[in-house]
Design a protein around this ligand. Structure first.
Ligand code: ADP
Length: 439
């Protein structure tokens, strides 16, 4: 039932994220559509403005022409006004002035080329059109001069080389504001989705942790309860051998319980940042030998082997003995735990600049490169499915990394799925301990 509701919840969560992403893309497309519409509208406004300006210019020219015709007619009432050449009708300075005045009204300065041309021959009669003849002729700003001249082949054309950029420049404030808000919305959306996924993963890891912890505590507690029940039976407590057997079971299970509690406590201490580091001169080789001696007992049960190669010439460093012991034990425990064969472990040391390197190599199940980035995170456990049912809390490597870094060192991993892993620890001879956070 709970699994079904969990699956439903997961499905719903994904559904919400997909819907939100689609809406987000929809909003962005709508916004871009409106921006494009606004640009088109501005362009249309500009074109209409230019058309009105050009018509005004032609009207002014027509007025001038009519005036001079009237003068001629007044001077010689009998004469019939003959067809005149266009260059006689339009004075190029007047044309320049008229265009300039009209375009100035539209706040367009200098960024235009114009010309009066014969559409049939493509010959330009006047204007400022250097190298822009084709553009002027093909420009959308063209008006016929048929009202001035008895022919419909003459046109006045204006071309704006920077029309689009000029329109965009006029709208730059709005465009920047729009882009700014779109970017803010995208970043906030991305951040929200990432945080939601992170929160979801953390809550899943926490519930896994609680499940594992309950299981890990339940087993020793029920064993202790059974063994103590046995001890209360007269046939058992009367036999020294049996009493010793059950008492040692209780002792072992109690030690196991203590270790579990210790490991769970490590995480809360790390979180609070009140882990105490008391650096003293310690011999890493000595510590490795001691830890391995203890570790060998458990290794025997799994028919495992461990090889020690202590190659460092200088193995004395300044560090906290307790934490370094825990770090090496954690890594050795993992090397033994995460293998489906008989464990074969090699622990070696060598000196590097200003410190010592400790390598712990195993023949275990290995870790994929994707998981290698995650394993040092708090509570993270590689999802192993049903194949490798190894219990743990996902704290060990988080503790190891935090401690090694608190000693001014680092930890690296080199691993291949199915082929084993190698953890490389570096510890400096004389560390700069991060006092504030750990003292
Ligand atoms: P725990 O062992 O309690 O789960 P750790 O923090 O020690 O937590 O390890 C995190 C995860 O990294 C483990 O769940 C395991 O999948 C993987 N891991 C750690 N050490 C090894 C190793 N030597 N070989 C393969 N996988 C490992």
């Amino acid at each position: 039932m709970t699994k079904i509701s969990e699956r439903l919840k997961k499905g719903f969560f994904r559904f919400i994220v997909v819907i939100a992403s689609i809406s987000m893309v929809g909003i962005m497309i709508t916004q871009l559509y409106w921006v494009k519409k606004a640009v088109d509208f501005k362009e249309e406004q500009f074109n209409n403005g230019v058309l009105i300006a050009m018509k005004t210019v032609v009207n002014q020219l027509l007025n001038d022409h009519t005036d001079s015709t009237l003068v001629m007619m007044k001077a010689n009432p009998n004469c019939i006004v003959l067809k005149t050449k266009l260059t006689d009708i339009i004075d190029k300075n007047t044309l320049f002035k008229l265009i300039k005045t009209e375009l100035d009204c539209l706040q367009i300065k200098n960024n235009y080329e114009y010309g009066v041309y014969d559409r049939r021959t493509g010959i330009f009669l006047m204007g400022s059109y250097l190298n822009y003849e084709k553009e002027i002729m093909n420009s959308q700003h063209n008006v016929s001069l048929s009202c001035l001249c008895d022919s419909d082949q003459y046109f006045l054309g204006i071309y704006f080389p920077h029309q689009t950029s000029q329109i965009l420049l006029n709208m730059i404030g709005w465009l920047i504001l729009s882009a700014f808000f779109i970017i803010i919305v995208i970043i906030s959306f991305w951040y929200t989705v990432i945080s939601m996924f992170r929160q979801k993963r953390i809550s899943e890891m926490k519930s896994d942790f609680v499940n594992n912890m309950t299981h890990e505590f339940k087993t020793p507690i029920s064993t202790i309860s059974l063994a103590s029940e046995m001890l209360l039976r007269p046939n058992v407590y009367e036999s020294a051998e049996k009493t010793q057997k059950y008492a040692s079971i209780i002792f072992d299970e109690n030690t196991r319980l203590e270790n579990q509690v210790e490991r769970v406590l490590q995480i809360s201490i790390l979180d609070k940042g009140d882990m105490k580091i008391r650096p003293k001169e310690i011999d890493i080789h000595h510590i490795i030998n001691k830890v391995v001696d203890h570790f060998k007992l458990g290794l025997k049960k799994r028919n495992g082997k461990i090889k020690i190669e202590l190659n460092a010439m200088n193995s004395i460093i300044l560090a906290d003995r307790v934490h370094i012991v825990n770090v090496i034990s954690n890594l050795l425990d993992n090397a033994k735990k995460y293998t489906d064969r008989n464990p074969e472990i090699v622990i070696s040391t060598r000196n590097v600049k200003d410190g010592i390197l400790i390598d712990i190599q195993d023949n275990g199940i290995g870790i994929s490169s994707e998981n290698q980035k995650q394993i040092f995170k708090k509570l993270y456990r590689v999802p192993t499915g049903n194949i490798h049912n190894v219990k743990g809390f996902g704290i060990g490597l988080y503790y190891v990394k935090t401690m090694i870094e608190a000693h001014g060192g680092y930890i690296r991993i080199n691993s291949e799925l199915g082929r084993g892993s190698k953890f490389e620890l570096y510890l400096p001879f004389d560390p700069i301990i991060k006092e504030e956070s750990y003292e």
